[in-house]
Design a protein around this ligand. Sequence first.
Ligand SMILES: Cc1cc2nc3c(=O)[nH]c(=O)nc-3n(C[C@H](O)[C@H](O)[C@H](O)COP(=O)(O)O)c2cc1C
Length: 325
Amino acid sequence: MIRRLDFAPLDGITKRVFRRVWHQRFGGADRYFVPFISPTDQHIITPRDRRELENPEGLPQVPQVMAKRAADALWAAEALADMGYTEVNLNLGCPSGTVTAKGKGSGLLADPDFLDRFLDEVFSGVSVPVSVKTRLGYRVPEEFPRLLEVFNRYPIACLTVHPRVRPEKYRGAVHMDLFAQALAESRNPVCYNGDLTSVPGVRALEDRFPALDAAMIGRGAIADPALLRRLRGGPPASREELQSFTRELYRAYQDFYAQAAPDAQAAPASQRMKEVWFYLIHLFEDGERLGGRMRRSRGPRAYEALERQIFEELNLLDAPRGELV
Ligand SMILES: Cc1cc2nc3c(=O)[nH]c(=O)nc-3n(C[C@H](O)[C@H](O)[C@H](O)COP(=O)(O)O)c2cc1C
């Protein structure tokens, strides 16, 4: 049975403001993964990263590090431990071309021997538990058994597997046969990640893998903010609740940007909201028309008008249809 539910990191979306408001309004996540920081060889946490990582509300958070050099990952892990974090996650999954060109993210999966040396250096020096978020491989799924051999050499706190390879990004069918292998053969605890968007979908995963005890959910928990609460037996989101959530989130982003960049108050806040609506619109019947207009809209006034129109005109579905992109 799945006992632990992790909220996946989505860079640009599940930021500190989002995590706080979502947690207060809906909740149901045991842990929130903070989108990656990518330390440079100067070994400084930038003010922007620090703002993201500070956690006065005390949310159960796991920060994530993306690095190619073990020395940089080690430095970041220790800096995060100094900030009070008790686990640090390594990003071995990011498929973005600009990231993999530098050998980071899923770029680290391209050469299993290099990955082995990288993990060896990290695990022999680190003082805080380290977990890993990975894909099945850099090019093809058949790379996974060799990668799993490498992972099995280290005491990874949890191996979160997104069962796709880099060129598949976040689309297309997941390779469940290889996830089954991960679960059966990993010496470390395993967490499943990918395309969980509904209560029946999670129940089907549990039926297929009774030994699985953790799942990580990202887009599905933005598309239906009450998904994790429902998985715990709670109610679905009502229209009023969603409207009050999006309004509070917008206000919270406005306040955040007013402090961080006083000149540009409303525009970045509406931009952030449009990224949330990219997923959330799937919770509304025939949402695509207004969702498309919202994506193409510019500026805070257009955003605010479309948000009003969505709540005035569209009916809520019981659950999103599972469309993620
Ligand atoms: C816009 C976007 C940003 C993401 N940022 C990160 C990130 O910072 N770190 C990470 O490990 N994964 C990142 N991911 C991947 C998600 O954490 C997750 O693995 C992916 O969305 C699949 O899970 P889901 O189907 O439950 O959303 C990102 C995905 C998207 C779509």
